[in-house]
Design a protein around this ligand. Sequence first.
Ligand code: ADP
Ligand code: ZN
Length: 717
Amino acid sequence: MISQAASLLKKHYGYDKFRPMQAEVIQCVLDNKDALVLMPTGGGKSVCFQIPALILPGLCIVVSPLISLMKDQVDALNSNDIPAAYLNSSLSSGEEENIITRCLQGQIKLLYISPERMVQEMNRLLKKLPVHLFAIDEAHCISSWGHDFRPEYTQLKLLKEHFPAIPVIALTATADKTTRRDIVKQLNLPSPEIFVASFNRPNLSLSVKAGIKPKERIKDIISFIARRKNEAGIIYCLSRQTTEKVAAALRAKGIKAGCYHAGLPGEERSKTQDDFINDKLLVVCATVAFGMGIDKSNVRWVIHFNLPKNIEGYYQEIGRAGRDGVDSDTILYYNIADLVLLTKFAQEGNLAKINLEKLKRMQQFAEADMCRRKILLSYFGETPQENCGNCDVCQNPRKHFDGTILVQKALSALMRMGEKVGTTMLIDVLRGSTKGELIEHGYNKIKTYGAGADVSFANWEQYILQMLNLGLIEIAYDEGFTLKVTEPGKEVLSGKHKIDLVQPQVKKIETIEPAATHKSKRELHAESGAGSNLFEALRKLRKQFADAEKLPAYIIFSDATLREMASEKPLTEEEMLAVSGVGQHKFEKYGQAFLTLIHEMCYGISAKAPKASTYEETLQLYKQHFLPGQIALKRNLSAATIYSHIAHLYMNGDITSIDQFVSMEEINHVKTTLKSIGKVQKLKTVFDFLNGQIDYHKIRLALAYLEKNGQYSEVNN
Ligand code: ADP
Ligand code: ZN
């Protein structure tokens, strides 16, 4: 069964192997058991029910809460040659009938449907259709504990009553245990297998920038974007007004930015969403309402303009970056004003206690002086041993110092002012400001007035945040946001404990204009290895197909797939099919166009006579006894390319022997390796497996030898 699943994964999706948990989940569903799957966004949940749908007879019904997502997912499936359709209010009755007929005739493998419709049809249509699996996507919507509760979902509990024998697979990216238990309970699943994948997303960089004022944040963001030409991103803001302000500031610099919040008319919102999906808008400034309805896999960065309310929300939002697995960046800005405002909101709600606790954890994350990923994952119940190396703390370890005296100065000033002031006044007093209000109150007469003049305002803000985090002070929201000294704070004041503070980070606000041609790490990387020109050209070709078919570009090929094409530079059908994400159907539709482009870009020859002439040229030089390295120099190509020509010429019979380039011993080594790997792999897989013991070009030649001499099929079995 599982080997059938693996070959379907290759054939339809073009992927070589399953991601963690996918195979186990598929096996469970095929064994006719219910499953609950918890995987982070981008973890690859869809494959978990789509492949069983292909293997099982009849039809899989997929319940999905968002109409916009249904269309995207069905388009993506169809582009992989998997027959799928959806039923929702956007269809005419004629279109609906047509789809139902096709379902009845067994022509559809996956039918997407909204929860409302599902409930209506439970006793009608669903009873007539050959259903063999139910998939409940975004299953956390069923739980009133979760953050996206949808009352329609609760009716899904009838599913097991109506169809006790049909397996149900529920999927979500929400990890918390309460929601998990609630999903199982609400869906009435008697004893489901529960799969929890790691929530680590190593391709996302994590960074927090504290104490930067909103105006400076905008400058910082503009230069961040300037370094990321053509890369799409989302900026989450706390208020509608901020989304508009930030978007306007970006547009003023020529950046294609839109904004999205609940106050805008529905039409405008869906246009913004569509434009983002179709790469017409590069940036969307949004309140949290944005993002759930999109599957765009090539969002390259996510910025939080303000501190999020809790870690769950933060994690979901940054999770919208890098779903294709390519390195992506996330930045969180915050300062004390964010914290004050959010605390006020949290207190006003009816779940004040929980919300305040969650905000506290969020704040602790933002203030962390240890690997941020460790903190994040420990929140979700995982305990990674190693520091991640891909967060701002790992890259810039924090320095501690004995801050007892500083803290005592602040606490003492607070006490002397009768705990009646807020942060700004406290800092002004410590720094010896001469503001009118300060003098009026006579705060310039207290003993600690000016005692902290050597510390900048911004740094004092940082220290006060740390004091809040350490529980030495608290904010009295019901008394005009004044600061109060806590019991532990009083103990520090009386000299009972020492306090360690973390040195504030030196703030670097960059000011690169969008017009400047600075390059991102990714771009530089691409250039050094694969040639970003080729990547850009591949992107353009993808866009042409996308426009012609009215599909989002990432449905044609993901960024990850294009990157691999740009670095592997496939020359033949087999090599193109070995690229992750190029399945049979997509190869047939687009493969030749992409191959031709790669030939043109890499060998500078016209599309009409690509292969023959470049191979011929290498052959002529070879016949004149030039060595591959010399041919490469003469032709201004890489040696790797010349070796691939030699492999091709050898296969073609133009060259009769390659034993001067690769030894029999090496060929046998590759053969044994292939036997243990099992099936035909791409060069890199073999190379990695051998830990680089055998050069790339030799592996290529060895494969050619094995194939030519009929030993390849032997390997395959
Ligand atoms: P989720 O629903 O969990 O957020 P998706 O199912 O949308 O994630 O998958 C995220 C991305 O990963 C998609 O582009 C998908 O095609 C890709 N993907 C899924 N499974 C694999 C795999 N086994 N190998 C490589 N890419 C995969
Ligand atoms: Zn780290």
